[in-house]
Design a protein around this ligand. Structure first.
Ligand code: TRP
Length: 451
């Protein structure tokens, strides 16, 4: 006998859970540095345009597929059309690849939160502290394990009591903390220069790479093309308004990304005396530059603690959605219980994650395409699998399964306001944009272009 599928209890629960998935390290760490790197306001503008066009199209498609079939990625595609089960398998592969390394970074966040809580602000501001930590063996794996266990417990408890409840507590706190810190940061002496740098468009920096970088960021930030939104859609009630919910999730995600920039860009700008290079440093922006900024800021140890707390909340709700994607695919496909599946997934994540974590330390001789383990997995999942899944989703729904399934699902809750626009986006514009992303990623990896 099949169990009745769980669901989120109402629209707010659904929107907060989906926003919880979307808002994560992508918003808090990646968006600000990309915005700073690609010309400030111009990047933000391009991103906003893409969010309401491309992001909207893919997100509404995925959530509609999920709700329509009541299934997670593999079974959902198989149910719509046997031939397209492969898309579900690719999404499954991608989410199994992302989950372990996302949790490794989650473990770093736990470590920094503890460091700030215990008052080691000065130590944390040293470059050596970060390098020493990530290249270690036991310590990063320990904090990673703590992070994974938190995630697993919530997933094991289930959709409504676990995921929804966690999101309904963590997301409001996250917003309040983010707004508070952003306000504090932009009112520091000299911060306005940084705000200008962040917001004023520098048109001279506008190029195709700006658009492509924004597109890649968009997909990652909105948790698209990995089956996550299909899974969450499958827990959405038929009476909740789909089109409106998608707009709310997007607004949430984008607002938090922009706010994160207000926390980070002006502070780093002031700290580094207007030196833009400080912003473009990849992972070390959050774990090296920000601690330095806090060390020099009034009440820095408190602000730093709160900052890492909010990063932790954001990362947790995202890792929960990633693990849930894996678990729901396995449960649907093989009919295993949630408990058993979560336990086995956790073991898998722990083993893979430990290996990836060691990739910075004792296993750092392993290089694939010139990348370390974490970067390699990030590249495969985000730069290759994600756009490929996106392209296949658009083409399969647009031309074979037909967009009517999405219309029907959206129209359960009233008129589909932007139906024509949606159809053109789905069939033509989105696939072309996604093909460009793949080409771009390959060219970058091969060293033909420099970003
Ligand atoms: N969107 C999250 C972030 O911004 C990461 C994430 C969670 C994700 N689930 C996902 C990314 C599914 C891609 C697919 O950090």
């Amino acid at each position: 006998m099949e169990n009745k599928r769980s669901s989120f209890s109402n629209t707010l629960g659904f929107v907060l859970a989906a926003a919880g998935s979307a808002v994560g390290l992508g918003n808090l760490w990646r968006f600000p540095y990309l915005a700073a790197k690609y010309g400030g306001g111009i990047f933000i503008l391009v991103y906003l345009i893409l969010a309401v066009t491309l992001g909207f199209t893919l997100m509404i498609t995925e959530i509609a597929i999920g709700r329509r079939t009541g299934l997670s990625a593999i079974n959902a595609f198989q149910k719509l059309d046997k031939r397209f089960g492969i898309i579900g398998y690719l999404a499954c592969a991608a989410s199994f690849i992302i989950t372990p390394y996302y949790c490794v970074i989650g473990g770093w966040v736990v470590k920094y939160l503890i460091t700030f809580l215990t008052g080691n602000v000065v130590a944390a501001a040293e470059e050596e502290y970060y390098n020493g930590f990530i290249t270690g063996s036991a310590e990063p794996i320990l904090w990673f394990g703590v992070f994974v266990l938190f995630t697993a417990v919530v997933v094991m408890i289930g959709v409504e009591k676990g995921i929804e409840r966690a999101s309904c507590v963590l997301m409001p706190v996250l917003i309040v903390l983010t707004v508070a810190i952003a306000l504090y940061c932009v009112t520091r002496p000299g911060a306005m220069e940084g705000v200008k740098y962040y917001l004023l468009p520098d048109f001279s920096r506008f190029s195709a790479t700006t658009v492509l970088a924004a597109m890649g960021q968009l997909f990652y930030s909105m948790s698209l093309a990995m089956g996550t939104m299909i899974t969450y859609g499958s827990y959405m009630k038929k009476e909740d308004n789909l089109e409106k919910s998608v707009r709310q999730i997007e607004l949430f995600d984008t607002a938090l990304a922009i706010l994160a920039g207000f926390m980070i860009v002006p502070s780093v700008f002031v700290f580094s005396g207007g030196n833009e290079e400080a912003l473009g440093k990849g992972p070390s922006l959050m774990f090296v530059t920000m601690p330095k900024v806090f060390e020099n800021m009034k009440f820095g140890s408190i602000i730093g603690t709160v900052f890492f707390l909010l990063v932790l909340f954001a990362a947790l709700t995202s890792s929960i959605s990633l693990m849930e994607t894996n678990v729901s695919i396995v449960c649907d496909k093989w009919g295993w219980s949630r408990k058993r599946t979560t336990a086995l997934t956790t073991v898998y994540v722990l083993i893979m994650g430990a290996v990836i974590s060691l990739g910075y330390g004792s296993l750092n001789f392993i290089r694939i395409l010139g990348m370390g383990l974490l970067d390699f997995f990030d590249f495969i999942s985000n730069s290759i699998l994600m756009p490929v899944i996106g392209i296949l989703t658009c083409i399969s729904i647009g031309f074979f399964i037909k967009p009517q399934v999405v219309y029907d699902e959206v129209e359960i809750n009233g008129e589909f306001k932007v139906k024509r626009f949606y159809t053109v986006m789905l069939k033509w514009i989105a696939p072309v944009c996604l093909i460009l992303i793949v080409l771009f990623a390959v060219a970058e990896a091969a060293g033909w272009i420099q970003v």
